[in-house]
Design a protein around this ligand. Structure first.
Ligand code: HEC
Ligand code: HEC
Ligand code: HEC
Ligand code: HEC
Length: 165
């Protein structure tokens, strides 16, 4: 693919995108094991603790559960734009399908960003990092998903909560 989605710019014809080339070239190297430890050679790892959301902490999901192995990542036809999706059948299924390909751009409930209630990708509440939780603690007293109706509504809505679709 001769483009860079990261820069939204045309690439050099015949040359792979940086993501495809990087993952493909390194996938068979001995220290790049095909698991989370392998990813940590290059991506923010055990000290930075970017992998901190509820799915990794409470449900044992890791980089490869969501993204596939480095081999799979190396074949992404649209790096940066084609990413794991909450609505995948192996994940939460169709009733939780975001309205945009990328979670961070998607909105649910009355046009509210998913991330407004659930937090950013890789930090889905409750996160193990206390700093992620500060805003939720201030708003509702705990680090979980934002859910108290009157946090946002001036009075208690008289109709039921409509979530995603
Ligand atoms: C040898 C270093 C290296 C390893 C190992 C590595 N990555 Fe990457 N990865 C990169 C670089 C560099 C980029 C940025 C590419 C760009 O700027 O387009 C990247 C970008 C990405 C992206 C965003 C672009 C895309 O293709 O969607 C994802 C997702 C990703 N890596 C996932 C992983 C996962 C999951 C693993 C482990 C299974 C992994 N990477 C292992 C170096 C690596
Ligand atoms: C619970 C599922 C899940 C896990 C676990 C996960 N990711 Fe992601 N990752 C996503 C989603 C979803 C996106 C797309 C974010 C968006 O839509 O804005 C993403 C995006 C990315 C990107 C692109 C940059 C960005 O923020 O869009 C990189 C790089 C990446 N992940 C690397 C990793 C690495 C490395 C690990 C393990 C340390 C990992 N991910 C663990 C779901 C996950
Ligand atoms: C107004 C706040 C709000 C918005 C916006 C919102 N959600 Fe939710 N979501 C919730 C609440 C509350 C729950 C109930 C579970 C909880 O407490 O974590 C939930 C549950 C979920 C679950 C199920 C979690 C489980 O335990 O199985 C998924 C998946 C989900 N939401 C995805 C999304 C996606 C994708 C979007 C955007 C398209 C979105 N949500 C927008 C508040 C919201
Ligand atoms: C993160 C903020 C937030 C939370 C929490 C929240 N809402 Fe909302 N809600 C909104 C926004 C924004 C709208 C769209 C603007 C509006 O209609 O006021 C909306 C709209 C609505 C609507 C009208 C939707 C429609 O399709 O006509 C109802 C009903 C509603 N909310 C009920 C609830 C209930 C019940 C809860 C608690 C379980 C809740 N909301 C929690 C922000 C929130």
């Amino acid at each position: 693919m001769s483009f860079s989605n990261a820069l939204n710019a045309a690439g050099v014809p015949g040359i792979s995108s940086l993501s495809n080339a990087m993952h493909r070239h390194h996938k068979d190297m001995p220290d790049i094991t095909p698991d989370t430890d392998g990813c940590y050679n290059c991506h923010p790892g055990p000290k930075t603790r970017c992998l901190r959301d509820t799915m990794s902490q409470n449900f044992a999901l890791n980089c490869t559960t969501c993204h596939g192995t480095i081999d799979v990542v190396s074949q992404n036809p649209e790096p940066w734009l084609n990413e794991p999706n909450c609505g995948a059948v192996t994940c939460h299924g169709d009733s939780y399908k975001p309205d945009q390909p990328l979670y961070r751009l998607s909105k649910g409930h009355g046009g509210t960003y998913c991330a407004g209630c659930h937090d950013s990708p890789h930090a889905i509440a409750p996160s193990m990092e206390i700093n992620d939780g500060i805003k939720f603690i201030e708003l509702e007293g705990d680090t979980g998903t934002l859910r108290g109706c009157t946090i946002c509504h001036a009075s208690m809505p008289d109709r039921p909560f409509k979530h995603v679709n």
